[in-house]
Design a protein around this ligand. Structure first.
Ligand code: SDX
Length: 428
């Protein structure tokens, strides 16, 4: 007999269905709650509220588990490539060789951007943050594809997904080149996804650029680790915007804006600036820890804590290990890595962090590797967005294709003034 939830309000009792997921997660289905009881639920920050059912990514925060379409992140990190993981997330299965070749072929042939779009870069100030530029340019892509962005048309969905994944690195690299006053470098179709991006970032007309396979491999790993993370802030934003049937470019642009926040993807830039502060300003690890614990200070230990992981973030474990490998292979000794390890060790011994189950998250070590790859700090969150793009797209596609998909429209509990006339209000 299916389990039910019983709630008693006053002298009445109500039965609500229980939903059990494939990993035995349980939910009380409140779809009919207001109709049955006149009550809604309230859940600040959605700590206890599921917005949807999804078959894409599974997280177990207590046990530090992350799987994409059932495959453990540790195995994908070791064995897969970013474009293969993108296919897995979007289409729900690993591509066979022919499918992967066809997928990479399409991605490669949509890497260029319209010449008019390039002119938009001239309007941005040199020191404009690349996340602002990216969100603007991704939204403006829709102006070039007005004949093919109807979310309810499967062909339009397919070409728009390919265009977004293909053009994101080109736009990101162009934004970087603009910020350093160098000419934009066009994509080269003979290069793989990561090598193409690195070439657009670091080659100059005056001399060619050799893509170090170690650097390309490290970038692949980081993009895989960031590719999806179920209903996080930016993904929930993409779903909400997409639920109005706004086109996918608008939905992804809104996800980029949400990701930019320092509580979310912006944390990787904050972590590096925090580590640089410790090194350059002579802050001690103890000072940083005390500051992070001080309720009167808005400072938080960036890269620490997570809404879901109350144990190690499995991605942080993999990135921490990769830091040592990548820096050793590149012959780099980065004092910031030593500081990060000291900070982690101090925090994990401190009651404040232990009691609140605050562990390093994906953002704590990722910046060390981006720095080793030559990526500037203000581009770290752009790299997070490049990695998360297939996850946003997969979640958007799953929502759009779900039967009976409804526009997202949360309720509220009103706590403002009761009725007052204009003339009385004027007298106040
Ligand atoms: C990402 O959701 C996802 O899946 C996100 C992400 C993804 O892949 O999409 O994993 C990527 O965004 C990782 C998180 C990156 N952000 C940071 O590293 C910023 C620092 N972390 C915090 O701002 C915080 O931990 C959050 C935002 C990540 C989570 O916040 P919650 O779940 O709302 O928890 P909270 O703010 O209520 O904190 C609980 C307690 C509070 O103390 P008390 O009120 O109980 O005394 O822990 C404290 C907080 O003050 N706390 C911290 C802290 N994080 C939480 N104190 C100091 N330093 C921190 N980093």
């Amino acid at each position: 007999m299916a389990e039910k939830a019983l709630i008693t309000i006053g002298d009445k009792q109500y039965e609500l269905p229980i939903i059990i997921g494939s990993e035995n997660e349980k939910a009380i289905d409140i779809t009919k709650l207001r109709e049955m009881t006149g009550y809604i639920t309230l859940d600040n920050g959605y700590l206890n509220t599921g917005a949807c059912s999804s078959g894409i990514t599974f997280l177990d925060g207590e046990n530090g588990i992350l799987r994409y379409r059932g495959i453990p992140i540790e195995q994908l990190a070791e064995k897969s490539t970013f474009t293969e993981v993108a296919y897995l997330l979007i289409y729900g299965k690993l591509p066979n060789d022919a499918e992967l070749q066809d997928w990479n072929h399409h991605l490669t042939r949509h890497t260029m951007i319209h010449e008019d779009l390039k002119r938009l870069f001239n309007g941005f100030p040199k020191d404009g943050h690349p996340m602002a530029i990216l969100s603007c340019l991704i939204a403006s892509l829709s102006t070039y594809y007005q004949d093919s962005y109807d979310p309810e048309n499967p062909e339009h969905r397919q070409i728009s997904m390919v265009r977004l994944i293909a053009k994101f690195p080109t736009l990101a690299a162009f934004a970087y080149k603009k910020s350093i006053g160098q000419p934009a470098v066009h994509p080269i179709n003979s290069l793989d996804y990561c090598s193409n991006f690195l070439n657009m970032m670091f080659s100059v007309p005056a001399e060619g650029y050799h893509v170090d396979p170690e650097i390309s491999k490290a970038m692949n790993l980081l993009l895989i680790l960031h590719a999806d993370h179920e209903q996080n802030c930016s993904t929930s934003t993409v779903r909400l915007v997409g639920s109005s049937l706004a086109n996918i470019y608008a939905a992804i642009s809104s996800g980029i804006c949400a990701l930019w926040g320092p509580r979310h993807g912006g944390a990787n830039q904050e972590v590096l600036e925090m580590l640089q502060g410790i090194k350059e300003k002579g802050w001690t690890v103890k000072q940083v820890i005390e500051n992070a614990k001080d309720k009167n200070s808005t400072f938080r230990l960036s890269g620490f804590g997570h809404r879901v992981y109350k144990n190690f973030d499995p991605r942080a474990k993999i990135i921490k290990k990769a830091c040592d490998n990548v820096l050793n292979k590149l012959g780099i000794k980065d004092p910031l890595l030593d500081i990060a390890k000291e900070l982690e060790e101090a925090a994990l011994k401190d009651d404040y962090f232990v009691q609140r189950k605050l562990y390093p998250n994906v953002d704590f070590y990722s910046g060390i590797i981006y720095r080793a790859l030559g990526i500037p700090t203000n581009m770290f969150t752009v790299m997070f967005g490049m990695g998360r793009l297939p996850g946003w797209i997969a979640q958007w596609k799953e929502m759009i294709e779900a039967p009976g998909m409804k526009i997202g429209r949360p309720r509220q509990i009103y706590t403002g003034p009761t009725e007052i006339s204009y003339s009385d209000a004027k007298k106040k």
